[in-house]
Design a protein around this ligand. Structure first.
Ligand code: FAD
Length: 401
């Protein structure tokens, strides 16, 4: 939508194809219906791996300040919760509706419930022919195309990965798409009787026995596995590893604020004062979770008769609290917030988002191999890249802002 608005503002004639019966359907689900639409601490480090420079050169053309100003001009008042920006009324629909209204104001035509079948290039006339899959095979002719079809995760309609198909048919390399920002399903979920518990946690991700990354935040335990922001942030590397069949596991630290030694001293002191271990754990963790751990430690059947045995037992307690190993079986694709992978950025012009393989075709949003962490980063990428693609597609056919 932002690409279409930007192009239409230059005076170019714009036609939007949308498979759904409405525009911006996914926006309504963002930020739990509140739409965390940007972040005042946007930096390339919040995006992944190898595309830092690429991201920067697009982002600087339409940064978070321009985004906030853009939405203000469309009548959406922003409100900041720390670095995270939401519409002031906390309703995602106001972001979506502001874009739809602007498209209407600019008289942009939208063809709903229509899937493009094919895109071909006519070299003789330098035009693209879009086969829009209607019975009499009427084709649309245009001079530039922006592909902004999103990714292939999430159950939200319109997330089918069509853009990957079009891009690869046009000759583009597609970096393996995977789900990210989602819950992780565990093999043999021993935590399941604590399902519903939310607690602080640090998660270390190990791939091929090497520490890949660490995240801190709130963890939620579910019957199938683990969820919550800290898990969402960890899910990307796990999905990639599972897809590549690499050995992977997570180590959960349920008391990240204390080192192993400090925690051992704290627990030992309490026990020496006559406290029962179960009460000490329940003072540190939610009840249901302490029960899981006490059961795993076989605590109620243990007979600890001397200090040496106590010390050995406490080693196990500390390791369960701070080094709880779980093995993922999958990352839930249906509730994933973003697709990692997509159109290879090395095949796109880093100033314009024009394809180097098929000039005249532009890419924007999640279809491109750029994805960020939770916190408004992915929508910011959609706005920045949409603006850049819209502007440069229009420029390429003779329209300037
Ligand atoms: C539950 C949820 C919560 C999220 N919360 C946040 C958040 O708070 N903050 C944040 O920054 N990000 C959030 N995200 C991520 C964010 O929504 C996406 O990164 C962003 O919407 C990507 O924008 P896009 O335009 O590239 O793709 P999309 O929003 O997926 O839009 C693509 C559009 O193209 C249409 N389409 C697809 N194929 C075709 C075709 N063949 N022909 C015609 N039309 C087609 C689709 O119907 C859709 O309307 C969330 C995602 C989800 C699923």
């Amino acid at each position: 939508m932002i690409a279409a608005i930007t192009a239409a503002k230059t005076g170019a004639s714009v036609l939007v194809f949308e498979t759904n019966s409405d525009l911006g359907h996914k926006i309504l689900a963002t930020g739990n219906g509140k739409c965390n639409f940007t972040n005042s601490d946007i930096n390339a480090k919040a995006y992944h791996d190898y595309n830092y420079d690429f991201f920067e050169s697009i982002y600087c053309q339409f940064d978070h300040k321009k985004t906030i100003e853009f939405f203000k001009q469309l009548g959406v008042w922003p409100d900041a919760k720390g670095d995270l920006y939401y519409p002031r009324n906390m309703e995602a629909s106001s972001i979506r509706n502001s874009l739809v209204n602007e498209l209407n104001r600019l008289n942009v035509d939208v063809i709903f419930e229509r899937k493009i079948k094919d895109i071909t290039y006519d070299e003789k006339d330098s035009i693209f022919i879009i086969d829009n899959n209607i019975k009499n095979r009427e084709a649309v002719i245009c001079k530039a195309i922006i592909i902004a079809t999103g990714g292939n995760v999430s159950k939200i309609p319109g997330s089918n990965g069509d853009g990957f198909y079009y891009a690869s048919k046009l000759g583009h390399n597609i970096i393996q798409p995977n789900p990210a920002l989602s819950k992780i399903i565990l093999k043999d979920n021993k935590l399941k009787s604590a399902s519903g518990v939310r607690c602080k946690c640090k998660i270390d991700t190990f791939i091929n026995n090497k520490l890949k990354e660490s995240h801190n935040g709130e963890l939620q335990i579910t019957t199938e596995g683990i969820s919550g922001i800290v898990v969402f942030q960890s899910s990307r590397e796990i999905a990639k590893a599972i897809n590549r069949k690499l050995d992977n596991y997570l180590v959960l630290d349920f008391i990240p604020e204390y080192s192993k030694i400090d925690l051992k001293n704290i627990i030992e002191d309490k026990i020496n004062l006559g406290f029962d271990l179960s009460d000490v754990l329940k003072g540190l963790l939610p009840n249901k979770l302490s029960d899981v751990f006490l059961k795993e430690l076989n605590y109620y059947n243990k007979n600890i008769s001397n200090n040496e045995e106590l010390s050995l037992f406490l080693e196990n307690v500390i390791s369960i609290l701070k080094e709880y190993k779980v093995i993922p079986s999958s990352v839930d694709k249906d509730i994933a917030q973003v697709t990692t992978g997509g159109v290879d950025v090395t095949e796109l012009d880093c100033n314009t988002l024009e394809s180097k393989i098929m000039p005249g075709i532009y890419f924007a949003g999640e279809v491109v191999d750029v994805d960020g962490i939770c916190g408004g980063y992915n929508l910011q990428w959609a706005w920045s890249s949409g603006y850049v693609a819209g502007l440069h597609a229009a420029k390429s056919i003779g329209f300037n802002d």
